[in-house]
Design a protein around this ligand. Structure first.
Ligand SMILES: Cc1cc2nc3c(=O)[nH]c(=O)nc-3n(C[C@H](O)[C@H](O)[C@H](O)COP(=O)(O)OP(=O)(O)OC[C@H]3O[C@@H](n4cnc5c(N)ncnc54)[C@H](O)[C@@H]3O)c2cc1C
Length: 396
């Protein structure tokens, strides 16, 4: 029996690890990923300010897998009717059971000029590119010598204030402070909807907005981008001259899925032999609740998918009583430069306690799914950068 898992992100890696332990010995388990590494994407914005993070958040999948074999290749198509996965290298893989966990791509909504002039943030090379562009803005302001005043003000615009946009804006503002150019570079965060972190609890949104402003970010909700060229962004409310443009304004389905994010319900199946989770699909859980695209949801859905694949594989064509998944949010945690916002139940935390929580969650994840050495590296850096643990201890 051939079982394929497509995508080695949070969703695919966690399902694979569970299937390694639970599938019968006779089953062949293959994880297909185009990069061959597991990117801890919810920390990707950190690599903009501190490229040293790259080693910690990009973990070779071969280091993590036991029984599953890794196929480093780009999936171009999933044909569910013939149960065949096509790869960019021309090969085809047949499957008895498949888990689609390919994540998403950046959506530019066809807004004229945006894809051409803005840099998205999905991969490590994007983080490096955003850093290079930001450094060019600093240089352009006549800042080779920080003791001389800037010749002009630089404007860095981040379009889209979801989880990634908020955190990118926070990192860039912190980077400007670290380089002592905060007075000469403005970081502007645009959001089409009326609030930052749309779809999240109201108190979390308010705290996020407030912490962004406290970090020096110019937050502009209710601002719709309608076009961009090489120097100007047009919005419904007027134009903005920019020096750097980062786009985190939306997600679209993976190309291998025809650009779609098909809907799955609580049993997380696309059909009797194909399951899907993570950002790649729109999940409506067993209670009929839409589930936000997030690392948090991808991790939590993995248990139900693994269970259902094993149940289906064991029944092999017979009746299967599939488990149903309910999304229970454990709360939310984001970083805003050296600050953080955490929502745990009804409580919203900021500053040192939120920073410590954020670090603890990230480090636990790395220790469980990356490596203990990487977790220790991050712990050391976070303690140096934000003083989060020291800060928390001082408050206790
Ligand atoms: C900057 C940033 C900050 C974020 N912060 C948070 C946060 O604080 N909290 C939170 O919960 N979420 C956060 N998110 C969202 C979170 O990272 C995603 O929701 C999460 O990565 C989804 O997991 P996934 O496994 O579905 O997809 P991914 O993690 O994107 O994994 C998809 C995998 O599939 C592989 N792949 C893609 N296409 C192909 C192909 N055609 N062929 C083969 N392999 C392919 C990729 O290499 C990748 O390994 C953030 C995202 C970003 C970008």
């Amino acid at each position: 029996m051939d079982v394929l898992v497509l995508g080695g992100g949070y969703a695919g890696l966690l399902v694979t690890r569970k299937l390694e332990r639970r599938l019968p010995e006779s089953a062949t388990l293959t994880l297909v990923d185009e990069t061959g590494t597991h990117l801890v994407q919810h920390e990707l914005h950190r690599a903009i300010r501190d490229p040293e993070y790259v080693d910690d958040i990009d973990v070779p999948l071969g280091e993590i897998l036991d029984r599953a074999s890794l196929r480093e290749a780009r999936v171009t198509d999933v044909d569910r009717a013939t149960r065949t996965v096509s790869l960019a290298d021309g090969d085809e893989l047949d499957y008895d059971y498949c888990v689609v966990a390919l994540g998403v791509e950046t959506e530019f909504y066809g807004i004229p000029g945006v894809e051409e002039h803005a840099t998205p943030l999905k991969r490590l090379e994007h983080a490096a590119e955003i850093r290079r562009e930001f450094e060019a803005v600093i240089d352009q302001q006549g800042h080779e010598d920080p003791t001389t005043p800037a010749e002009s003000t630089g404007t860095v615009v981040v379009g889209g204030a979801g989880l990634s946009g908020v955190q990118v804006a926070g990192e860039l503002a912190a980077m400007a402070r670290e380089r002592e150019v905060a007075d000469d570079i403005e970081v502007v965060l645009l959001e089409q909807l009326e609030t930052v972190a749309p779809g999240f609890p109201e108190r979390f949104q308010e705290a996020t907005h407030e912490r962004l402003e406290a970090q020096g970010v110019d937050v502009r909700p209710g601002t719709t981008v309608t076009a961009a060229d090489e120097s100007e962004i047009t919005t419904e409310g007027g134009t903005i001259d920019y020096d750097q443009f980062v786009w985190t304004g939306g997600i679209r389905g993976n190309e291998a899925m025809g650009g779609d994010r098909p809907q799955v319900r609580g049993d997380l199946r696309l059909d009797g032999r194909t399951f899907a989770l993570g950002d790649a699909v729109r999940i409506v859980d067993a209670d009929g609740e839409p589930v936000p695209a997030s690392a948090s949801a991808a991790v939590r859905a993995s248990e139900t998918v693994a269970r259902n694949v094993v149940a289906a594989a064991t029944a092999d064509g017979g009746f299967v009583d599939l488990a149903q998944w309910r999304w229970e949010s454990p709360g939310w945690l984001i970083s805003i430069g050296d600050d953080a916002v955490a929502q745990v139940g009804p409580t919203v935390l900021t500053g040192a306690p939120a920073n410590a929580l954020k670090s603890a969650v990230g480090i636990t994840y790395l220790a469980e799914h990356g490596s203990f050495r990487r977790a220790l590296d991050v712990l050391r850096k976070e303690a140096d950068d934000t003083g989060s643990f020291a800060g928390l201890l001082e408050q206790l």
